[in-house]
Design a protein around this ligand. Structure first.
Ligand SMILES: [Cu+2]
Length: 154
């Protein structure tokens, strides 16, 4: 009996060691912005949470709907917002990375076919330790940005 529990403890330990970054990561609200007809590319957005004690990086993203998938961010260059590829998206230990319009995003480039609202796009995120996680991102119609709130002057 005692020997068995020692063996069980050993097995649990092996499992814990084998677990990769993907096991500590959870993804919330993944979605793909519905591209206008004939648009060659669109973006995917989500909140990636790292529940682990170590920082992790997303180093690659993949999906079957586009010929290329890149990790992007937006940079303000001389007052113009431009998209730029990034090598990785870092998620601090116990932290989160927010991928949202105007910021970090997964770029789906060279769409193979037109998407429909409500479609589901499987996106695979690969982490710096080689582990990976697949999330199903719903295709949603972009909500028009709300008009800026004017402060009343008296
Ligand atoms: Cu982009």
């Amino acid at each position: 009996m005692k020997r068995l529990s020692v063996l069980a403890a050993g097995l649990l330990f092996s499992v814990a060691v084998l677990a990769g970054a993907a096991d500590n990561v959870s993804v919330q609200d993944p979605y793909v912005r519905l591209a206008p007809p004939n648009a060659p590319a669109t973006g995917a957005f989500m909140v990636i949470k790292n529940n682990g004690d170590k920082d992790v990086k997303v180093v690659k993203a993949d999906n079957p709907m586009s010929k290329a998938t890149e990790l992007h961010t937006h940079l303000n260059e001389g007052g113009v917002m431009k998209m730029r590829p990034v090598a990785a998206i870092e998620i601090k230990a116990k932290g989160e990375a927010v991928l949202k319009p105007g910021g970090l995003h997964v770029m789906l480039i060279d769409l193979k076919a037109a998407m429909q609202e409500g479609d589901s796009v499987p996106i695979t995120l690969t982490f710096d330790d080689g582990s990976s996680k697949q999330v199903d991102a719903k295709v949603v119609r972009p909500v028009p940005a709300p008009a800026p709130v004017q402060q009343k002057q008296h």
